[in-house]
Design a protein around this ligand. Structure first.
Ligand code: ADE
Ligand code: ZN
Length: 337
């Protein structure tokens, strides 16, 4: 950097909570629908985007699963992954851990090999063209049978597909995590890392369930943990990373407004939180935009922003030496302000 170059406005960061299918922009959805001769029940991308008004998690998931139907070929998955990583890198993301809803794609007859080939091509392009690394997470869907999750895990292991971790996503209320214990145990036995959504819409005890029953290393969301002091104390004591998605929580009405979001209280309580986007196309904000919004809403200091960015790398599933390299970059950003 020369003397006249200002330091970047945003810190380098990892994105730890991101659903690949949630990055599908309406324009790309229509292009893929045409390419694959799939009908979308909207006239154009504008009309699809206008439908992005959600009352809760389920109303979003219904549209998200329906629109994912346009993803059919290896090229589709490559294009989607490439587009996300290009956009993420432009916003300062240096490493992304990408959840993929494999079950929904396999269910409609897409071959595992095609999904994996496309993902691998997209990730390789992100690294080569934008210097951003990508790590793939197989997200089990909690509204579907646990036996199906185990079968998909078997297929992934048999194929040697490059998933580094497993996760648990989809409808939280009414669908317990406990039935997925065996899938997580088998994933762990094969060296896969583990994360799970919990305490997004469901109670604080759901965070305890995924820690104790699934053996997860981090918790996706975890905002409702704030309703139980004992759960907060445990998460603080164990330094459990929480991948918080403040703008997603606003758009899915888990909180009434950004100003009412528990993020500042979570930071003040000593919780190990990072900022993430979740489903940036559907919620209208990539992680850099979420960072800008929370920085403004809570008047975050440069140090607090650097702490959040450092937590994103420290909570990642990267090897320790790579985490250390990224943390040094965050410290350089912190010092440059
Ligand atoms: N899948 C995609 N986004 C999700 C969210 N916010 N919660 C649960 N499952 C999801
Ligand atoms: Zn999510």
């Amino acid at each position: 950097m020369t003397a006249t170059t200002p330091p970047p406005a945003r810190p380098p960061r990892a994105e730890l909570h991101l659903h690949l299918e949630g990055t599908l922009e309406p324009e790309l959805a229509f292009a893929l629908a045409e390419r694959n001769r799939v009908a979308l029940p909207y006239r154009d991308p504008g009309e699809l985007r206008a439908a992005y008004a959600f009352g809760d998690l389920q109303s979003f998931l219904d549209l998200y699963h329906a629109t994912s139907q346009v993803l059919r070929t290896a090229d589709d998955f490559a294009d989607l992954t490439r587009a996300y990583l290009r956009r993420a890198a432009a916003g300062g993301v240096r490493h992304a851990e990408i959840m993929v809803d494999l079950q929904t794609h396999l269910e409609r007859g897409v071959a595992l090999e095609d999904v994996v080939a496309g993902l691998a091509e997209g990730v390789a392009d992100g690294e080569a063209s934008h210097g951003v690394s990508g790590l793939l997470i197989l997200a089990f869907l909690r509204h579907r049978p646990a036996a199906e999750a185990e079968a998909v895990l078997d297929a992934v292991l048999a194929a040697g597909a490059p998933f580094a971790a497993v996760g648990l996503a989809s409808t939280e209320v009414g669908f317990a995590a406990t039935p997925f214990a065996r899938a997580f145990e088998r994933a762990a036995a094969h060296g896969l890392r583990r994360t799970a959504h919990a305490a997004e819409e469901g109670p604080a005890s759901n965070a305890v369930e995924v820690l104790d029953v699934l053996g997860v290393e981090r918790v996706d969301h975890g905002i409702r943990a704030m309703e139980d002091e004992a759960v907060v104390a445990r998460l603080v004591a164990e330094r459990v990373p929480l991948t918080v998605c403040p703008w997603s929580n606003v758009r899915l009405r888990a909180v009434p407004s950004l100003a009412a979001h528990p993020l500042p209280a979570m930071m003040a309580a000593g919780l190990n939180v990072s900022i993430n986007s979740d489903d940036p196309s559907y919620f209208g904000a990539y992680v850099d935009e979420v960072d800008d919004a929370v920085t403004a809403a809570f008047a975050l200091t440069r140090d607090q922003r650097a702490d959040l960015a450092a937590a994103s790398f420290a909570g990642s599933f990267l090897p320790p030496e790579q985490i250390a390299r990224h943390l040094a970059a965050v410290d350089a950003w912190r010092a440059a302000g």
